[in-house]
Design a protein around this ligand. Structure first.
Ligand SMILES: [Ca+2]
Ligand SMILES: [Ca+2]
Length: 146
């Protein structure tokens, strides 16, 4: 679960979205984060935003922003699989379902259909609810990105 509450995420998002468009651009995001922490790597922020931008409109809506904050706070930014895991986990469940796997593989430009993602998840699921743990997800990513 994200450490920030949904209402905290909403108010930060509102502050960033100064023109009240319901969207935040990478430029707005980087500028704001750099105000809070000068050491922030703008390129990494843009990379994360691109990974999370499910509808590919180049901006973040409030849900995508919640995912971003979850990645930002919880991922091990030195480990790609960890970053991809938090980018993929768009419902903050701490596990990856077949839809989440499909979306992240698409972002990584790995050619897998939704049906194949479902099969992979069914076969390799190591959780009772049919989802993937971080450990299993990491192995799948390693296999695909070799
Ligand atoms: Ca978007
Ligand atoms: Ca999930």
């Amino acid at each position: 679960m994200p450490k920030l509450s949904q209402s905290a995420i909403r108010s930060i998002f509102k502050a960033l979205d100064s023109e009240n468009t319901g969207k935040v651009s990478p430029q707005q995001m980087v500028a704001q984060l750099q105000k809070m922490d000068h050491k922030i790597d703008g390129e990494h922020v843009k990379f994360l935003m691109d990974m999370i931008d499910k509808n590919n409109d180049g901006t973040m809506d409030v849900h995508e922003f919640g995912v971003f904050m979850n990645v930002y706070e919880n991922a091990n930014h030195k480990v790609p699989a960890s970053v991809f895991f938090y980018c993929a986990d768009s419902d903050f469940s701490g596990t990856i379902c077949h839809k989440e796997l499909f979306e992240i593989l698409k972002k990584l430009e790995i050619n897998v259909t939704e049906a194949q993602s479902k099969q992979i998840t069914n076969i390799l699921s190591d959780n009772k609810d049919g989802t993937l743990s971080y450990q299993m997800f990491e192995r799948i990513i390693e296999l695909f990105t070799k």
